[in-house]
Ligand binder design. Structure first.
Ligand code: AMP
Length: 206
């Protein structure tokens, strides 16, 4: 089963993709993580887009995605988090895999801004926290799970956040039209647990 998660940054699609992938034994692929794991000269080029909230070029992200999809742990199926973000990416994806489910996690722009400005990630284990919403760190700057240091992403500053929200409305929402009414919308303003429950209900119907 191949599932796509669509949602504005801060909607919780990364958090949910991780949880659902673990529960269903699927492979979670975050294109944002693939880009952030890149090193060397290429990373400098990537950062020149990411830090200002722009999308990276399609050919660059596609190469990384295809390499990741070919790995053994993806054989049972994948959850794509952050791809496709444009119609042209959806069209390319259709030539590579069958997309079985499209889950849209919907939140307001105000919630997105509020959440992203408070977002923190653990350097060591990658778990996400938030200064403003749940889950909050028990000790400022320290991960509740592994004790690692928390950091704020380079693109979680107001200017880049507003740019990313604008790109979501201009480009990424059209991806939902591409799948012609097949996308199921989940209310992302609810608790993490409730959102997971709603997504699982949709997937269990298959
Ligand atoms: P994310 O971690 O999903 O919020 O992605 C972080 C950043 O990586 C985005 O703001 C883009 O700059 C870049 N990115 C991630 N996925 C894509 C994609 N499918 N196409 C182009 N750029 C992407």
């Amino acid at each position: 089963m191949n599932i796509i998660f669509v949602g504005v940054q801060g909607s919780g699609k990364g958090t949910q993709a991780k949880i659902i992938a673990r529960k269903l034994g699927l492979c979670h692929i975050s294109t944002g993580d693939l880009l952030r794991e890149t090193t060397g000269e290429l990373r400098k080029e990537i950062d020149s887009y990411i830090t200002v909230g722009k999308l990276v070029p399609d050919d660059l992200i596609l190469k990384m995605l295809l390499e990741r999809m070919e790995q053994d742990d993806c054989k049972k199926g994948i959850i794509l988090d952050g791809y496709p973000r444009k119609i042209v990416q959806a069209e390319t994806l259709d030539t590579k895999i069958t997309v079985d489910e499209i889950i849209e996690i919907a939140i307001s722009d105000e919630t997105a801004l509020h959440r992203l400005e408070g977002r923190l990630t653990c350097k060591k284990c990658g778990h996400g926290f938030n200064e403003r919403t749940e889950p909050k760190p028990n000790v400022k700057g320290v991960c509740n799970d592994c004790g690692g240091a928390l950091f704020s992403r380079d693109d979680d500053h107001k200017e880049a956040i507003l740019e990313r929200i604008a790109t979501y409305h201009k480009e990424t929402k059209k991806v939902l039209d591409h799948y012609k009414g097949r996308a199921v919308t989940i209310n992302g303003e609810q608790s993490i647990e409730k959102v997971t429950e709603d997504i699982l209900k949709v997937l269990e119907k298959r």
